[in-house]
Write a protein that binds this ligand. Structure first.
Ligand SMILES: [Fe+2]
Length: 300
């Protein structure tokens, strides 16, 4: 049985973190992320691995400051495969999350998912900042470390012994994503399809994380569609457990930083009328960080 940790308040060298729930999420207190130096970056990494998601109010970071936070976690900044970016202002790494409810566009975020898992090296983390977020358009995160810990032993054994096929094209077709600028042919040409273990050892903590979402996940590797769907359904119940979740009600200037391996997330698709929802995101990754299978002590 994995040791369960109840999150507590912790004082770091440059900031304090207070927990938002016993299992996931912490507020960064008394710190502006624009003042990040090497020491604070080291503390930020330690805090993120511990709390899963970090939140900070009244940040209003520049795009360069957001990128500096992302550089603290990975040696590559993500260039998204199909989302709009701030490339025309010199920031191709800044993804624009913009939606008017009246556009009746299918939202791309209201499923539990880890980001860009069709890639061999999915994002290590993301930093998301709110510019304009109407009341009700919240974001939720769920602890996949705790999800694994909650599984009965028989299901732990099941998930420890399977791999999952992730595929960006499948995400777009199944969930009816994309716009006219991104056809299925273009997505297929990216070749973003990769098989990852269903339970990974976190690259920094070594802790087991259930690494099965409901976005890019196509199939249990090597299984028939029928059996695969049943198994994925079990996995997809886990992030829905309220005790594993934290839900953020955004204010302009808020920042959320999340661990893309130990947590998954869900953008709540509330009916916000004609109001604009506008956020910006930067993510980092590394070709040295690949999801690798968790092997419990004593297991071959
Ligand atoms: Fe996402």
């Amino acid at each position: 049985m994995e040791e369960s940790i109840i999150l507590q308040e912790r004082q770091f060298r440059h900031f304090r973190v207070t927990p938002r729930t016993p299992v996931i999420g912490g507020w960064i207190e008394d710190f502006h992320l624009g003042d990040l130096n090497d020491e604070a970056a080291a503390d930020l990494r330690e805090a993120l691995w511990h709390y899963g998601v970090l939140f900070a109010r009244k940040q209003h970071l520049s795009f360069d400051a957001m990128k500096a936070v992302a550089w603290a976690f990975g040696d590559q900044l993500e260039t998204h495969s199909y989302a709009p970016t701030m490339a025309d202002r010199g920031h191709p790494e800044v993804v624009i999350i913009r939606k008017l409810q009246s556009e009746k566009a299918k939202t791309t975020t209201d499923i539990w998912h880890h980001d860009v898992t069709g890639r061999k090296h999915p994002n290590i983390m993301s930093i998301l900042q709110a510019d304009q977020v109407p009341f009700g358009a919240d974001t939720m995160w769920s602890s996949m470390t705790s999800a694994y810990a909650r599984l009965p032993d028989a299901l732990k054994q099941l998930f420890l012994n399977i791999e999952i096929d992730h595929d960006t094209l499948y995400l777009m077709l199944r969930h009816d994503f994309g716009d006219a600028s991104m056809s299925p042919d273009k997505i297929a040409a990216l070749g973003e399809a990769h098989t990852h273990p269903a339970v990974i050892a976190h690259h920094a903590t070594g802790k087991p994380c259930l690494f099965v979402g409901n976005g890019y996940v196509k199939r249990v590797h090597g299984y028939t569609a029928e059996l695969s769907e049943l198994i994925l359904k079990i996995a997809n119940e886990m992030p829905k457990i309220p005790e594993l979740q934290v839900r953020h009600q955004w204010e302009a200037g808020d920042v959320a930083i999340w661990d893309n391996f130990a947590t998954c997330h869900y953008g709540v698709s509330a009916d916000i009328g004609d109001q604009l929802r506008l956020l910006h995101r930067v993510a980092s990754w590394s070709d040295r960080v690949t999801p690798t299978a968790y092997r419990p002590d004593g297991d071959a």
